[in-house]
Design a protein around this ligand. Structure first.
Ligand code: FE2
Length: 199
């Protein structure tokens, strides 16, 4: 999938003024930047793929702003022929939880779980490209660069202190540490340095 195709899919399912569309465009820019730095340090990473995943991760918000936006985005991408790229929609919501646990949290139905498993859904470790996109998302609140702690403090204020939000924060911070190893610096600092390039 090319970035233009990802942008076209995003635009097809959102209105020009939708704040979540702006968020996706911004996460695309941020994720690409992190991937370029990692690539320049000699680590193999598919930079184009990372940007595409950043652009698509919240596609499901077109169907509602709730915990189902992961599966909804995956289904929209799949229907457009981009099943593999659409995984990020679900991965960034699952945050390491199994599909079974995600059903109990209301992220998808039992029928959807069965269908995903029949289609060969890989639980377990996300790809490096998916990890970079998930970390970029965790550092961008709407379109602004924020520390991961601040994004989760906001989420707790908005949605209450669900235990899974603390688990989610720990999962993303673990990924951010992995990415830091590859970047040679914290992802937040790397994005801070390119702030002028953010939208
Ligand atoms: Fe999301």
């Amino acid at each position: 999938m090319e970035r233009e195709e990802a942008i076209a899919l995003l635009k097809k399912h959102s209105t020009a003024g939708a704040s979540w569309r702006a968020h996706c465009l911004q996460v695309g820019v941020a994720a690409r930047h992190l991937a370029e730095l990692i690539s320049r340090r000699g680590h193999p990473v598919d930079v184009e793929r990372v940007e595409v995943l950043g652009l698509l991760h919240d596609l499901g918000r077109s169907q509602g702003h709730n915990l189902r936006h992961g599966i909804e985005g995956y289904l929209l991408a799949e229907a457009a022929g981009y099943q593999e790229e659409g995984r990020i929609c679900l991965v960034h919501i699952l945050k390491g939880h199994t599909l079974h646990h995600a059903v109990s949290l209301g992220m998808l139905t039992g029928e959807e779980q069965v269908r995903l498993e029949e289609d060969g859904w890989r639980s377990g470790d996300p790809s490096l490209e998916e990890k970079i996109a998930a970390v970029a998302d965790a550092l961008i609140s709407d379109t602004g660069l924020v520390p991961i702690e601040d994004k989760y403090a906001n989420a707790r204020r908005r949605y209450g202190g669900h235990p899974h939000l603390y688990e989610d924060e720990a999962w993303v911070k673990g990924l951010a540490e992995e990415i830091s190893e590859l970047l040679g610096k914290a992802p937040y600092d790397a994005l801070q340095e390119m702030r002028d390039d953010l939208l």
